[in-house]
Design a protein around this ligand. Structure first.
Ligand code: ZN
Length: 453
């Protein structure tokens, strides 16, 4: 055994094992150490986790077993991370079609459920186990802390409230929890002048240390702050999530809140995939929790890993979700691989330079105010995976049509959906249509949100 092997087997691997399945804070402390290990050590840790995941999937997850058996592939044959490329990439459509066959038939079972719409408006019910949740939370805490969004920092979440309608007891518990953590929540869905002015008033009364927000929401807020000349607060750190952050958005946010602007990239399927550090030179990948491949596809010689500076499909393997293993899952996003040099912050985790996609168009409410498209589209997720695909359209006369690919929608569900949408857009005509399919746009895409002009 070479020196690395010894280090891994005697020191790193036991530490990794101890960390597995433990509460979030212990995992967080672990991740704060691993982020500065050498890349070889990190890759060795990934390889160990990958082999355990593949072994579990081979024995206990019917869909993965079927694929591996048909390929003559056995987890014991995996000697390097590159060997994983023998396993084909899985799409959302395949996951939808195979459903239960992707769930583990042995512990740990997938006890947590969540719906996602991805970027194509095709809802998918995903699941994961408790241990994966611990990893997700710890990974998120670490990435957010790079932006200064630590537990205990006074934080304004300018975020989508969506459809959450918990019981009174649950609401009281959430309120208490947020007060203890010094967190405030403001719904970013509606962004008319009066809405933005109200947020500005709140910021002036008690400026937070950190704003965590949908990227487009805080960019709109920032432009409003600049237009009003309203800034009277010291620098506020801004963590942008859920949507793409364009350079002009970042520039506006810097003017309104100061230079500490951080982009993050995640998905509902696997949570935080990458986050920006204080060096502001791309986003570090969450490589202890996820094996992320950026793959250039469609070339005559076949798929290949992107080189630094190249753009490719984001393919993730969720190393700690045994309940519903995501192995080489195509997120539907494209990302550009960062430079192959060490970041000025000293962390070794590789970086992506940018993520494409993740942008939805913005609606107008009855009074002409801006309404977040991503948040509006997320309201449809409350219907679950009965909906095969969906799209929201705002016509030239501002009326809204919600297209759902499903045989029919019970009147009660339709009334709830319309009520939720109306909360954001006000008194505009809203129509729900059940259709057989949603046609592709002239560019060959099927966007979540279409604004007719
Ligand atoms: Zn860095």
């Amino acid at each position: 055994m070479d020196a690395y092997g010894a280090l891994i087997s005697r020191v790193l691997h036991p530490a990794w094992e101890r960390a597995r399945g433990r509460p979030t804070m212990r995992l967080l402390r672990y991740l704060e150490q691993t982020e500065r290990r050498s890349l070889d050590e990190l890759r060795a840790l990934q390889l160990g986790a990958l082999r355990r995941l593949l072994t579990h999937a081979y024995h206990h997850v019917p869909a993965h077993r079927a694929v591996m058996v048909s390929l003559g592939f056995h987890p014991n044959d995996v000697k390097s991370l590159e060997d994983l490329t023998a396993v084909p990439i899985t799409t959302r459509a395949e996951l939808r079609a195979q459903g239960e066959a992707h769930l583990s038939t042995a512990p740990p079972f997938p006890t947590i459920r969540k719906s996602t719409s991805g970027s194509t408006g095709e809802p998918l019910l995903i699941r994961y186990d408790r241990g994966s949740e611990d990893w997700r939370q710890a990974t998120k805490l670490r990435g957010y802390a790079w932006a200064g969004a630590r537990i205990g920092a006074s934080t304004l979440h300018y975020w989508g409230v969506g459809r959450a309608n918990p019981s009174r007891f649950a609401r009281a518990k959430i309120t208490l929890d947020r007060a203890l953590k010094r967190e405030r929540y403001v719904d970013c869905g509606r962004r008319g002048e009066a809405d933005l002015d109200a947020v500005i008033a709140l910021l002036r009364r008690s400026p937070p240390e950190v704003i965590v927000s949908f990227s487009q929401a805080v960019a709109d807020l920032a432009r409003h702050v600049v237009a009003r000349g309203a800034r009277d607060w010291p620098d506020i750190r801004v963590l942008c999530a859920a949507e793409r952050l364009f350079p002009e958005d970042r520039a506006a946010i810097v003017r309104a809140f100061g230079p500490h602007v951080f982009e993050t990239y995640g998905s509902r399927e696997v949570m935080l995939i990458a986050a920006e550090c204080e060096a502001h030179a791309g986003m570090h990948l969450s490589m202890e929790n996820l094996l992320v491949e950026i793959i250039v596809r469609g070339e005559p010689s076949g798929d290949r890993p992107a080189r630094p500076g190249e753009t490719g499909d984001v393919i993730v393997t969720d190393l700690h979700n045994y309940g519903m293993p995501f192995i080489r899952y195509a997120t539907g996003d494209m990302a550009t691989l960062g430079e192959d040099t060490r970041c000025a912050c000293g962390r070794t985790l590789p970086r992506i330079a940018s993520v494409d996609g993740r942008s939805t168009e913005t609606f107008r409410d009855a009074r002409g105010g801006r309404v977040n498209g991503l948040l509006m589209s997320s309201l449809v997720l409350a219907l679950g995976d009965r909906v095969r695909a969906f799209q929201l359209v705002q016509h030239r006369d501002a009326a809204i049509t919600i297209r759902l690919v499903m045989p029919s929608l019970p009147p009660n569900d339709e009334a709830l959906l319309v009520r939720d949408v109306r909360r954001y857009v006000g008194e505009l005509p809203i129509r729900v249509e059940c259709v057989a399919e949603i046609p592709l746009s002239p560019s060959g895409k099927r966007p979540l949100v279409v604004i007719e002009r």
